[in-house]
Design a protein around this ligand. Structure first.
Ligand code: ADP
Ligand code: ASP
Ligand code: MG
Length: 402
């Protein structure tokens, strides 16, 4: 007998028919003699709809109240899925995040899991119940509900798999695996049989929405093998694990991230400690900074530009304005940018990767505004309106499969 964790995303439980389909997958797994813990997201666009509802009332609500609102989406799906499983005649119980023992820190809207107190989960499993857990949520030390950030149900599933030492962790979604680019946008995208944690972590962080990046971080940390699989097309999916046997590919994928904003501070006094003070303040506010560019100093001044997630841009601008040395420097925010990246461990030993990418963008007449590289990725910042064209052009340059 195995213990299997199965996670179903919003589109997999979007309506009654889909919920029944999920109940069938889950009970088929249970029927084979396995223990099953199921993690579900809110139905369809529920989370987006709740965010819109909040905005109708207050454009700047507190993060605590947003979490109180958003956790309700997952509460609906766990109850509906449990009812569907009851209807098929199997023992089942639904649990909210706190009932399943999810303890988090207090960073509302992007809380981190500190611990899973798995006693209740274990009791329910021992009682032969199929356990349906609300993804994306936990409880902080003040006993407030928190959420784990958008796409956080993936992390809930991996965390349960790690805490219970599950034999399998399957992430069911609306595509049949991880592709070399978003298969809905790039028609020649290639499905990958396997991918390493490190490569998947980069793809996820750089915009491949199919897995949440924190879930991959956690899978790597606790060595949980994850399968990304379709809830509608039952074929083996993509396995995410430590190392892959596959022939080394130069790059594994091309991603776009359109939820990025550039903040430029123009005309800073050119003295030591400026970058340190800006970025330590942003770090203290939990704002993740990505590409950083500092100009060569001139006339005793310099410019610093950096990118942050658009959700953090307001707070980042406010933080910069509050710095005592800002003086006459101008702070400019630009949301009309997108980050396009290529990812792959193979590029480490292959000097031509950057030039292939830049040539593809040049041929497509797309201007590069910022560049950043690491051993396994190259990212460029471009105009948002060119994002889809850029992904296709870059993908074509690396995966010309005619
Ligand atoms: P869920 O609701 O199941 O969590 P998401 O919408 O979060 O699903 O993620 C699945 C989507 O991720 C797919 O529909 C696909 O359009 C998108 N996606 C983006 N990049 C990739 C990629 N490289 N491989 C597969 N899917 C991708
Ligand atoms: N419902 C949440 C979201 O839309 C969590 C998830 O889907 O993983 O972000
Ligand atoms: Mg998701």
């Amino acid at each position: 007998m195995s213990l299997i964790v199965q996670k179903f995303g919003g589109s997999s439980v979007a309506n009654a028919e889909r919920v029944m389909n999920v109940a069938k997958i889950v009970t088929d797994t249970y029927k084979q003699g396995n223990s099953v813990v199921v993690v579900v997201s809110a139905q369809g666009d529920t989370t987006d709809d709740l965010i819109e509802k909040a905005k109708e009332i207050n454009t700047n609500p507190s993060k605590r109240e947003m979490d109180m609102l958003l956790t309700s989406g997952e509460q609906i799906s766990i109850a509906l899925l449990a009812m569907a499983i009851e209807k098929l005649g199997y023992p089942v119980i639904s649990l909210l995040g706190w009932q399943a023992g999810f303890l988090t820190n207090s960073v509302y809207s992007s809380a981190r899991i500190k611990k899973i107190d798995s006693a209740r989960l274990k009791t329910e499993i021992d009682n032969k119940k199929i356990v349906v857990v609300a993804g994306f949520q936990g409880l902080n030390s003040a006993e407030d509900m928190t959420t784990l950030g958008r796409g956080g149900s993936d992390t809930s599933a991996v965390a349960i798999a790690a805490a219970l030492h599950a034999d399998k962790c399957q992430i069911y979604t609306d595509v049949d695996g991880v592709y070399t680019a978003d298969p809905r946008k790039v028609k020649n995208a290639v499905r990958l049989k396997e991918i390493t944690y490190d490569e998947m972590l980069e793809l996820a962080t750089l915009g491949a929405q199919v897995l949440n990046n924190r879930s991959v971080e956690m899978a790597k940390k606790y060595n949980v093998e994850v399968e990304v699989i379709s809830s509608l097309n039952p074929i083996p999916g993509t396995i995410v694990k430590e190392s892959t046997k596959m022939e080394k590919m130069l790059i594994r994928g091309v991603t776009k991230d359109t939820d990025t904003s550039r903040i430029s501070i123009v005309g800073l006094t050119d003295v030591p400690g400026v970058a340190f003070k800006i970025f330590s303040l942003l770090a203290a506010k939990n704002i993740n900074v990505d590409i950083i560019l500092q100009s060569v100093g001139r006339d005793n001044t310099k410019d610093i530009a950096f990118t942050v997630g658009t959700k953090d841009a307001d707070e980042a601008v406010k933080a910069c304005e509050s710095l005592p040395f800002i003086g006459d420097a101008k702070i400019v925010r630009d949301d009309s940018v997108a980050k396009i990246s290529v990812v792959g461990a193979g590029m480490e030993t292959h000097p031509g990767t950057a030039s292939t990418m830049f040539e593809a963008l040049f041929n497509a007449d797309i201007n590069i505004q910022m560049i950043s590289t690491s051993e396994i990725k190259i990212s460029v910042l471009i105009d948002k309106k060119d994002a889809d064209r850029a992904v296709s052009a870059v993908h074509e340059a690396f995966f010309n499969v005619d």
